[in-house]
Design a binder for this molecule. Structure first.
Ligand SMILES: Nc1ncnc2c1ncn2[C@@H]1O[C@H](COP(=O)(O)OP(=O)(O)OP(=O)(O)O)[C@@H](O)[C@H]1O
Ligand SMILES: [Mg+2]
Length: 254
């Protein structure tokens, strides 16, 4: 498996309007595409995206105890994510970025509660100078259907491809406590931060709390640094890719 420099998650909070069903934030998507296309020598990247107002709104209607309770619900969520995929892809292509969308519902299944993956297409995309992009979606298990979050896919792929940086682009400047951004967080501090984070009911994948839990597992199991940053601020993505420091909240091992 080849290594990558970055796994970047385009948060649904940034690329969509989470207050309005099925609404993409075109300005942010276009700015991201523009920034990526403006970097002379783009590092190796895998792009992951979250469901935002395409995933969470519909999923919310159909989820019970983590399972999707209606077949038409599964179809609707999957279809909405395909629409979001197409929107992102079309803007990336507008800026001549050779993106290659990969369907997570066909790359991941749950078998006996374990995540099984077929990620060769991601490896081969990288080998062929394509930018693989993959989003949160519904995934199948033996007898039910669940949601696989973009956060989970991002940390999973960062691990598999030994990413130097796992970056979560969101609509906030990082983890904010007492109106201040936490610039550096150590693994052992995450437990104390989690109870102070607001829970968002609309979010079927656990919002910022689950993002932090995901990061905690990632770093604890040997992942390198993770960053939460504001990708809606024009220029931040470029700073991240050029290796600048202090662009949000950085989480490292102890
Ligand atoms: N203490 C906090 N610091 C920063 N953000 C917080 C905090 N508490 C709650 N949040 C919320 O967490 C949100 C980011 O998590 P959320 O899951 O909504 O975004 P996302 O992962 O980008 O979206 P998606 O899950 O659709 O991909 C922010 O928009 C913010 O409102
Ligand atoms: Mg989220």
């Amino acid at each position: 498996m080849n290594n990558v420099d970055f796994v970047i998650k385009l948060g649904g909070s940034a690329i969509t309007d989470k207050k309005s069903p099925l609404t993409a934030n075109i300005k942010v998507i276009e700015n991201i595409a523009f920034e990526l296309s403006s970097i002379k020598k783009l590092p190796s990247i895998i792009i992951v995206y979250g469901g935002g107002s395409f995933g969470h709104f519909i999923a919310n209607k159909y989820i019970h105890n983590g399972k999707i309770i209606s077949s038409i619900g599964v179809a609707e969520i999957h279809s909405a994510m395909l629409t979001l995929t197409e929107i992102i892809t079309s803007y990336f292509i507008k800026y001549k970025l050779p993106v290659f969308p990969i369907n997570s519902s066909s790359s991941f299944i749950l078998s006996n509660g374990e995540l099984n993956s077929f990620i060769k297409p991601i490896e081969y995309s990288l080998n062929n100078n394509l930018i693989p992009i993959i989003g949160g979606d519904v995934i199948l298990s033996e007898k039910d259907v669940r949601i696989l979050s973009g956060d989970k896919i991002a940390s999973f792929l960062a691990k598999e491809f030994n990413a130097k940086t796992l970056a979560f682009g969101t609509d906030v400047d990082g983890i904010i406590l007492d109106n201040k951004i936490l610039h550096k967080v150590r693994l052992s501090e995450i437990e104390n931060i989690i109870p102070k984070i607001k829970v968002n009911q609309i979010d079927v994948t656990g919002g910022m709390v689950n993002k932090l839990l995901e990061i905690k597992n990632y770093i604890a199991s040997g992942g390198r640094k993770a960053i939460i940053f504001n990708i809606t601020r024009f220029g931040m993505l470029t700073k991240l890719l050029l290796g600048e420091e202090n662009i949000g909240t950085e989480v490292d091992k102890d």
